[in-house]
Design a protein around this ligand. Structure first.
Ligand code: GLU
Length: 608
């Protein structure tokens, strides 16, 4: 491990960071945002996000003739202002796009990427993985951000507006400000200790007293407004080359610690060349079927699409009509356990690892894997992976074996932040877009003067106990860490049925899976399916599932406990959004009614 520790005394107050303060004030006349509604039905286009201003930006663009891609990017750029601890131009994401005219689904992978100089050895010291907490708030955990190039790529290929156009609502929100609500306040509060240690983060997100801006005050981000303006004028090169790029690299390599901070902050090794060579990648989706529905999900480097596909292939042999809800949930949880065992063993960045995609998707593999499903009782130990390699349609290639590893951040932490956007337009195009900084507040460092936080996505790599043990998701230069983000589009007989997605680390997969199951198998309308209490089985070594308190109090939990299931209380899981497309051409947009303070769903032309 190279010794690159920064102490507070070595910290620098870089560039504009020492002088730029947000215009943030307690304000009795705070701009009141319209009250969010979590469900809306109508025509002409729809949007659902976690935030009323982001949904409004999407609907305004749709009303002005923009398409679903324009609307999704407009919403994402507003969320960079109003939901800045979850997403933004310092991070990345995965966008699924249904192109109605061509009747095909494409994906835009703009996952953060390890810098070329980031060796696996950087994550180890004295032969052991670095402490996780140290990695979270570090320069080492920052991947090359992909968001802006992802937005630009999606707009150029599939949008109808320029990046400059769709950034305008976000510029307005950043300049005019928005009223701090309890969600924003709480998210800031969770980050106070970290933000206090970085001059740029404290200057933007904390008041002069070092506390979060109170609920009801107006929060403005002139630095981010300026950044968006610069990008609107100069395009993505403003971000990936030039002064902003230099400020970003300085933040990663010389974190802006305040004098006297005692935190150990390991600088990163990102260079300007890493930013200049970043590419957003257009990939085909991972496609599977379930009871006559076609599911399009995100393929590697996300594990979302494949893990969901395998879970549902395993479950398809069960008939929900002939089972009690608890019996069906038992089978779902056991299927999820097996699917996660395979996920952990086989999925990584396909540029580095031979992921057995066709084997994992094979019906014959699922039929064989089903024999590992526990019977009437829950498994009491973690499942071992299966072997999909003989089921590969192409010439089987050996996948690397997975040594036991410290599980990636997104596998273990539940209090994760990310955000999901769903949009559709009058022409029938649909976007399911999940974007993230990884942890809540990313690595905690605002790029001085530019108003956005950096990601800590490199903590999504797995770290085996020793630096040379094989693992498909171990760090490597230029590699994208495995994700769980699971934007999903569901069709029946060629017609769109659902768009779905959620935040929540690895619980993203189970939140999307359970919502789908609630809707397709239990017949709940999408709003009920999405609001229902959640349970998440991810093949933890303890064999237990995580569950929300409301699930723990349910009759199903009691019945499952009687079958040997163990649960731990996880608090709220995810904050999903979705769209349900009806045969009469109307769309129901759905956001969370309660989780994360409730989201906002709207349509262009409401009916009823
Ligand atoms: N970084 C995680 C992933 O890519 C997402 C984190 C979250 O959802 O909170 O899967």
């Amino acid at each position: 491990m190279r010794r690159l520790l920064l102490s507070a005394s070595a910290s620098l107050c870089l560039g504009l960071g020492c002088s730029t303060a947000p215009v943030t004030r307690p304000d009795a006349q705070a701009r009141q945002s319209p009250a969010p509604t979590p469900t809306a039905t109508g025509r002409g286009g729809a949007a659902a996000t976690v935030d009323v201003r982001a949904t409004s930006a999407a609907i305004d663009i749709l009303k002005a003739g923009g398409n679903a891609v324009d609307a999704a990017v407009a919403a994402a750029s507003v969320l960079g202002v109003t939901d800045p601890y979850s997403c933004g131009i310092g991070g990345g994401g995965f966008m699924l796009v249904y192109l109605a005219r061509d009747q095909r689904v494409v994906t835009v992978d703009h996952r953060e990427t390890a810098p070329q100089g980031l060796e696996r050895s950087h994550f180890y010291e004295n032969g052991a993985p670095l402490p996780f907490d140290e990695l979270v708030t570090s320069g080492l955990s920052v991947g090359v951000p992909g968001a802006l190039l992802g937005w630009d790529e999606a707009l150029r290929r599939y949008g109808s507006r320029s990046l400059a156009d769709v950034l305008q609502p976000a510029i307005r929100v950043a300049e005019q400000g928005f009223d701090v609500d309890s969600t924003f306040f709480e998210q800031t509060r969770h980050n106070v200790e970290r933000f206090r240690d970085f001059s740029s983060s404290a200057a933007l997100y904390l008041g002069p007293d070092g506390r979060p801006w109170p609920v009801g005050s107006t929060f403005k981000n002139p630095g981010l407004a300026r950044t968006y303006r610069l990008v609107a004028e100069g395009g993505t090169p403003v971000f990936y080359r030039g002064a902003l790029a230099r400020a970003l690299i300085s933040t990663v390599t010389h974190p802006p610690l305040v004098p006297g901070a005692s935190r150990t902050v390991r600088p990163g090794v990102m260079r300007l060349e890493d930013l200049a060579r970043y590419e957003a990648l257009v990939r085909p989706p991972v496609t599977s079927t379930y009871r006559g529905y076609t599911l399009h999900g995100m393929g590697p480097p996300s594990s979302g699409g494949l893990t969901l596909a395998l879970t549902f292939h395993l479950l398809e042999a069960e008939n929900p009509a002939s089972l009690s809800r608890a019996d069906f949930l038992h089978r779902y949880l056991e299927a999820s356990r097996l699917a996660f065992a395979d996920r952990d063993a086989f999925i990584g960045d396909p540029a580095f690892v031979s992921v057995p995609v066709s084997g994992l998707l094979s019906r014959d593999y699922a039929a064989q894997r089903r024999s590992a499903l526990s019977g009437a009782r829950a498994s009491t130990a973690a499942a071992a992976p299966g072997n999909p390699l003989p089921f590969q349609g192409d010439v089987p290639e050996a996948s690397p074996s997975a040594a036991p590893a410290r599980r990636a951040a997104e596998d273990t932490l539940l209090d994760k932040e990310t955000t999901h956007i769903t949009t559709s337009d009058a022409a029938g195009n649909i976007v399911a877009y999940t974007c993230t900084l990884e942890g809540e507040g990313g690595n905690g460092m605002v790029v001085p003067g530019y108003g956005f936080l950096l990601n800590n996505e490199m903590t999504d790599f797995d770290l085996p106990a020793t630096v040379d043990a094989p693992h498909p998701n171990a760090p490597a230069p230029g590699k994208r860490p495995r994700s769980s983000m699971s934007p999903l589009l569901v069709f029946k007989d060629g017609a769109p049925v659902l768009a779905l997605g959620s935040p929540g680390g690895a619980t993203i997969i189970t939140t999307v899976g359970q919502t789908l199951l609630n809707h397709l198998d239990f017949g709940m309308p999408l709003d009920e399916a999405l609001a229902a209490p959640r349970v998440s089985q991810r093949n933890a070594p303890t064999a237990a599932s995580n569950a929300e308190p409301e699930f723990l109090a349910s009759p199903e939990a009691a019945a499952l406990t009687a079958r040997g299931h163990a649960f731990t209380n996880a608090g709220p899981l995810g904050a999903a959004t979705g769209l349900r497309f009806h045969p009469d051409g109307t769309v129901t947009a759905v956001a969370e009614p309660r989780r994360r303070g409730g989201g906002s769903a709207r349509v262009v032309e409401p009916v009823k």
